[in-house]
Design a protein around this ligand. Structure first.
Ligand SMILES: CC(C)(COP(=O)(O)OP(=O)(O)OC[C@H]1O[C@@H](n2cnc3c(N)ncnc32)[C@H](O)[C@@H]1OP(=O)(O)O)[C@@H](O)C(=O)NCCC(=O)NCCS
Length: 181
């Protein structure tokens, strides 16, 4: 008897005893936001950002400014009526500068490359529009986001390594990071 059938038999036994892992959920579709997304956007933004989530009226107006075809408000659509992430870039009146005003991925879908996918797509769109420089703010202790931004080429904007004390009010320090496109 050769070793091969024995190995196959062992493989077979192992397959019988090893629990089958649950199937990975399908990857959500990345697309521009539309008006009907607003309730889900509010839910997701509130779930992730809690007390610093956008108020409903502002999210509505940001959607009006930056959503729709060719826009810079992008969502991850799970196809079951739920959104799993979004990114929002807002461009200044002179089109050369843009700010990332929001980025998130639902907690149970993190570490699957979705945050990177959102950022890569919005940066590609900004580049096509002629944007020259993209900035963002991040909490100084938000290592996950800072590592993501650094890997995309963002660097702290001088002075003080990008640190801006009380940027969003007392005790709300932020780090400003910048990418030249
Ligand atoms: C930041 C955030 C959007 C990242 O989304 P994500 O889908 O988990 O990120 P990705 O899987 O695309 O990871 C991209 C890179 O980010 C970094 N990263 C993401 N999560 C990380 C973690 N928990 N620890 C360390 N690095 C992390 C890694 O560099 C990673 O690259 P790698 O997978 O090659 O190591 C997500 O953690 C989130 O929504 N956080 C809460 C909201 C938030 O902080 N938004 C940013 C506000 S400025």
């Amino acid at each position: 008897m050769t070793a091969e059938p024995l190995e196959r038999a062992l493989d077979h036994d192992e397959r019988l005893t090893r629990p089958t892992p649950p199937p990975e959920p399908p990857l959500p579709l990345l697309r521009t936001a539309r008006e009907s997304d607003l309730p889900e956007l509010r839910r997701l933004d509130g779930e992730v950002f809690q007390e610093v989530a956008y108020p409903a009226f502002l999210l509505r107006q940001l959607h009006d400014l930056y959503g729709g075809r060719g826009g810079h408000l992008l969502v991850l659509d799970d196809g079951d009526g739920r959104l799993r992430g979004y990114v929002l870039a807002a461009t200044t009146a002179f089109h050369s500068d843009s700010w990332i005003l929001g980025l998130c991925v639902a907690e149970d879908r993190r570490r699957h490359g979705l945050g990177r996918e959102l950022m890569v797509e919005v940066l590609a769109r900004l580049r096509r529009c002629g944007t020259e420089r993209v900035r963002l703010t991040v909490e100084p202790g938000n290592d996950a986001a800072i590592l993501l931004y650094r890997s995309l080429g963002f660097r702290p904007e001088p002075p003080d390594g990008g640190l801006r004390r009380d940027y969003f009010g007392p005790g709300e320090d932020r780090r400003v990071m910048c990418l030249v496109l």
